[in-house]
Design a protein around this ligand. Structure first.
Ligand code: GTP
Ligand code: MG
Ligand code: ZN
Length: 359
């Protein structure tokens, strides 16, 4: 199997130059279990660990390899294992803010505390399927958050509405979504009843990487198994899954589809805090940002200012109040994380400096 079939291209090649000279080989991360990684290359699966020097230099969570990454490795033949020495720059990556370990605190509807770090869920992906089910799980605000994060990942967002067999007003859901997912493809499907499953064909392109993301119980693994044509991924067996509680998939895994594309199945995300900078909402809330360019004041906050185009659009029913509320909430969250990120960076620098001086 050549590297291109695994998604390798010029982007990674140029970053790999440095490692190539040192005799490393590029492998793709297809699985991760604590400190152990499973890599793939040339039709072979390789168990791998991190090099000591790499571990020493990696300080942030995002410095460590994640599923979908290309890594520079050396294989120890007689032990048939690989040692990872570096992670190549990610072309795209789906990230969220690192969840708080050991419970979270909520204040005024927002999560407080926790380290302002990003967590990489999957990288070097081409298409991200945001999966939701047409039952109690359906939640516009949550989908809006996924859309923001997928746009920021650099991958192409596609919305999958699974379990259409359980719903008799699919059109209503689609109408609601069209107001928040402008221009995105929205596909209602049912894996169980094999409805509309051929919509996936156009994304299953050799060398492309697809990822399924969404809450627990929406059917990500059931879809993955259907596409693979075998029951590789464990799925919830009780058909009356509540959509709450235990996660069936516990680790992210990359699987190979017969078309030559790669499918990443992820565990359901319970918490979805935003990550990004001030540009983070420019695609997911393009409607509101476009409108705000027509506000009378450049720095209009769309509160009580005269000549506010956003308020006018709400009044005339072009955008819903809910949509505007989502925008404000996401904007607050992004501003907060940007601020915390800056402070975190300064503290980190100070800490490093102290470490150096103490040496
Ligand atoms: N009615 C109906 N049930 C479905 C459909 N697709 C999946 N399910 C059921 O939904 C439940 C959860 O499916 P999973 O594939 O395990 O969900 P998941 O998104 O992978 O969940 P996590 O791994 O926990 O994140 C299972 O009981 C499936 O049988 C569908 O199209 N219709
Ligand atoms: Mg699953
Ligand atoms: Zn305004």
């Amino acid at each position: 199997m050549n590297l291109n079939k695994l998604g390798w291209n010029k982007f990674f090649e140029s970053d790999f130059e440095y490692y190539k000279e040192k005799g490393f080989i590029p492998d793709r991360v297809i699985g991760k279990h604590k400190n152990r990684y499973i890599l793939y290359n040339n039709g072979e699966y390789i168990k791998a660990q991190l090099a000591g020097k790499f571990r020493y230099k990696a300080t942030l969570k995002k410095d460590f390899p994640s599923v979908g990454d290309w890594v520079a490795t050396k294989v120890i033949k007689k032990e048939s294992k690989g040692i990872i020495h570096g992670v190549l720059e990610r072309k795209t990556s789906f990230v969220r803010r690192l969840p708080i370990s050991g419970g979270r605190k909520i204040k005024n509807g927002e999560i407080v505390g926790g380290s302002p770090e990003e967590q990489v869920i999957a990288s070097n992906i081409d298409t991200a399927f945001i999966v939701t089910s047409l039952d109690r799980n359906f939640n516009i605000q949550r989908i809006e958050r996924y859309i923001t994060l997928v746009y920021n990942s650099g991958a192409n967002p596609v919305i999958i509405l699974n379990k259409m067999d359980l719903c008799d007003n699919v059109e209503e859901y689609i109408n609601q979504l069209e107001n928040i997912a402008m221009g995105l493809e929205i596909h209602p499907i049912s894996v169980i009843k094999t409805k509309n499953m051929d919509i996936f064909n156009k994304y299953l392109i050799p060398g492309k990487t697809l990822v399924f993301i969404g809450s627990s119980g929406v059917g990500k693994s059931t879809i993955t198994n259907y596409l693979l044509g075998e029951n590789k991924q464990r799925t919830k067996t009780i058909s009356k899954a509540s959509g709450k509680g235990r996660h069936t998939t516990t680790s992210t895994e990359m699987l190979f589809h017969s078309s030559g594309s790669m499918i990443i199945d992820t565990p359901g995300l319970k918490e979805l805090q935003l990550w990004g900078d001030k540009e983070a909402l420019k695609e997911s809330f393009q409607d509101i940002i476009d409108l705000s360019n027509s506000c009378k004041f450049n720095d209009c906050r769309h509160n009580t200012e005269p000549g506010c185009a956003v308020k006018q659009a709400i009044k005339e029913g072009f955008i819903t109040k809910k949509r505007f509320e989502s925008y404000k909430k996401q904007l607050r969250e992004i501003k907060k994380v940007s601020k915390e990120k800056r402070e975190f960076k300064i503290n980190n620098k100070r800490m490093l400096k102290r470490k150096m001086l103490n040496k």
